[in-house]
Design a protein around this ligand. Structure first.
Ligand code: PMT
Length: 282
């Protein structure tokens, strides 16, 4: 709590954002008459609200203990020659946020990640891969031991039929490259999953987001699909925030307002816990 102008100052807001990014929880000041005589946001939150928030954080603290979560994150890279590759846009932020939240809430977490600039969350078991084929092998080799698989990675759908051994020279104005499909990891997970295992996919779409996401839910045999509209620059790829809709195979649909990827991660974990594992309803 503080003076409204101090609170709104960009340096304070920037510091708050940084701390939130590191996982610090805030109970924001509320609007009202401030001790300094100003009116605005800066007033200490109601003590009852502070207690409620602390209680909810403590209850949530270890609600994933005893479960193992596999998360894929980041892009894959498909080599063309020793110096070039095809890739997908993905910073890894969404997947890393899920891995961090699951770990913080007590789960054992396996993070299978394509190349990113992010530091993996502490306490998470990391497998670094480059190509879709490597991600496929890594996921298949670990999927038996996990309770939930969350596929936030942006896997390249195509890879070069032939990878040149030496750097391709610029000998012509045009270059034709033949591509072949990569294995669809999510669809294979959907086929091989054992009863009681939860499968969550993401759908990155630029148009008809809900329609294509619902189609993927069925085609890939997932329990939930989280749909993001990646045509917008403020959400989806690279951004710190996301605005998603979640579709469940039993007809469940929810659209969440714009929020940080950390918040999306926590809400998604809440959803899986309560909708799939029915925790809290036994
Ligand atoms: O990493 P960020 O910058 O934070 O951005 C987050 C994100 C937008 C990358 C992420 O939220 C997201 O949407 N990830 C999925 C991207 C994607 O590949 O979407 P898709 O619609 O092409 O694939 C659908 C699902 O199938 C995904 O779960 C994907 O992991 C999976 N897939 C796709 C192709 C393939 N060969 N194997 C797969 O498993």
């Amino acid at each position: 709590a503080m003076n409204v102008h101090m609170y709104r100052h960009w340096t304070v807001q920037e510091n708050i954002r940084r701390l939130k990014d590191r996982g610090v929880e805030f109970i924001d000041p509320v609007e009202g008459l401030l001790a300094c005589g100003y009116e605005g946001q800066g007033k200490l939150a109601d003590p009852a609200d502070i207690v409620e928030k602390i209680q909810s954080l403590l209850v949530k603290a270890r609600d994933w203990s005893g479960r193992t979560v596999l998360v894929t994150a980041g892009p894959t890279r498909e080599p063309l020659d020793p110096v070039r590759f095809f890739s997908n846009r993905s910073s890894g932020k969404m997947g890393y946020a899920i891995a961090e939240a699951a770990q913080r809430r007590g789960a054992r977490v396996l993070l299978i990640t394509g190349p990113t600039h992010l530091r993996p969350p502490a306490g998470v078991e990391v497998t670094a891969v480059e190509t879709a084929e490597q991600m496929y092998e890594a996921v298949m080799s670990r999927m038996e031991e996990v309770d939930v698989i969350i596929k936030a990675a942006a896997v390249a759908d195509y890879t070069a039929v032939q990878v040149a051994e030496q750097k391709i020279k610029k000998s012509s104005d045009q270059l034709t490259v033949q591509l072949r499909r990569t294995p669809d990891i999510l669809a294979e997970v959907g086929r091989r999953r054992r009863p009681g295992q939860c499968v969550v996919g993401f759908a990155a779409e630029t148009e008809q987001v809900d329609r294509y996401a619902q189609d993927k839910l069925v085609r890939k045999g997932a329990d939930f699909i989280v749909a993001n509209d990646v045509s917008r620059s403020d959400i989806g790829f690279d951004a710190d925030n996301n605005r998603v809709s979640v579709f469940g195979k039993d007809g469940f649909v929810e659209t969440w307002p714009l929020m940080s990827k950390r918040q999306v991660a926590d809400k998604l974990l809440d959803l899986v816990l309560h909708q799939f594992f029915k925790k809290g309803q036994e």
